[in-house]
Design a protein around this ligand. Structure first.
Ligand code: GEK
Length: 244
């Protein structure tokens, strides 16, 4: 199937409403995320590679905020530990419906996948060896983030990991501005207009709240993780792996 081009913010909008993961976003999501998140494809491939190293026999691997299931499918392709399954969660019914269709087309190894349409805050995390939050934590209100990290930590087996990818902020204004501008250059190079970039930015302003890398490392430590390692960064997009 050809990928539908994201033009959701191409025309001037009278009123910019908060960004929602609805049917219109689902229809263009693969194109939107590829053209908006530097290194997205590489991150997805490497989530599969990292998960394969840490997945433990007889455990669950979680993909929280799975969208169309890209990280789920990457893990499914690579994990070889016996008797593992993947639990993929998203609270957007439109996303999950499309994710289920894509999963049905996947001819990869038959690691069982359960897709759950739910707020990830309501999903029990237990007997886990891998938990993925790939650009999802940024949509959880900051005051709730530590409790979520603690719940993930409690649900992981010793030696289990959390892969946490986020858009990040910088405390120094000069660095913050530089990375914002470089990200906008990246989007322009991928065909987005200045109008699209600015309207999308306004739509995300109240719903997506990036934090600094220092804040993430500190919170992971407070939740109990013995170490958290930056394994990917391009401009203001980063991914960490935290180990229990
Ligand atoms: C990928 N991980 O392609 N509970 C469940 N899902 C949520 C919640 C919540 N409270 N809040 C947001 N979401 C994916 C990309 S996109 C990132 C993740 C982006 C879901 C939301 O519905 C959306 O599908 C996803 O988190 C964020 O690897 O678009 O910037």
């Amino acid at each position: 199937m050809t990928k539908k081009t994201d033009a959701l913010y191409a025309a001037p909008l009278q009123e910019i409403i908060d960004f929602q993961f609805d049917e219109r976003v689902v229809a263009v999501f693969p194109d939107m995320i590829q053209r908006s998140v530097p290194g997205y494809g590489m991150i997805i491939t490497n989530i599969g590679i990292i998960a394969a190293r840490y997945a433990q026999a007889g455990s669950h691997c979680y993909d929280l905020g799975c969208s169309l299931g890209a990280a789920t499918l990457a893990m499914r392709q690579r994990i070889t530990a016996p008797d593992c399954d993947i639990i993929a969660v998203d609270n957007s019914p439109a996303m999950l419906e499309r994710a289920r269709e894509l999963l049905a087309l996947d001819s990869g190894p038959a690691i069982p996948v359960t897709m759950i349409c739910s707020d990830l805050q309501e999903v029990t995390i237990m007997n886990a060896s891998v938990v993925v939050l790939n650009f999802t934590l940024q949509f959880i209100p900051p005051p709730e983030r530590l409790a979520l990290m603690q719940r993930i930590y409690a649900g992981l087996r010793p030696g289990g990991i959390l892969i946490l990818s986020e858009k990040i902020a910088f405390s120094e204004p000069g660095r913050q501005q530089l990375h914002i501008e470089l990200h906008h250059d990246f989007k322009r190079a991928n065909g987005y207009s200045d109008l699209e970039i600015s309207q999308k930015r306004s739509a995300l302003e109240n719903v997506m709240i990036p934090e600094t890398l220092a804040t993430h490392h500190k919170r992971l430590k407070a939740a109990g993780f013995s170490c958290s390692e930056l394994w990917f960064q391009c401009f203001n997009f980063a991914s960490l792996v935290a180990i229990k």
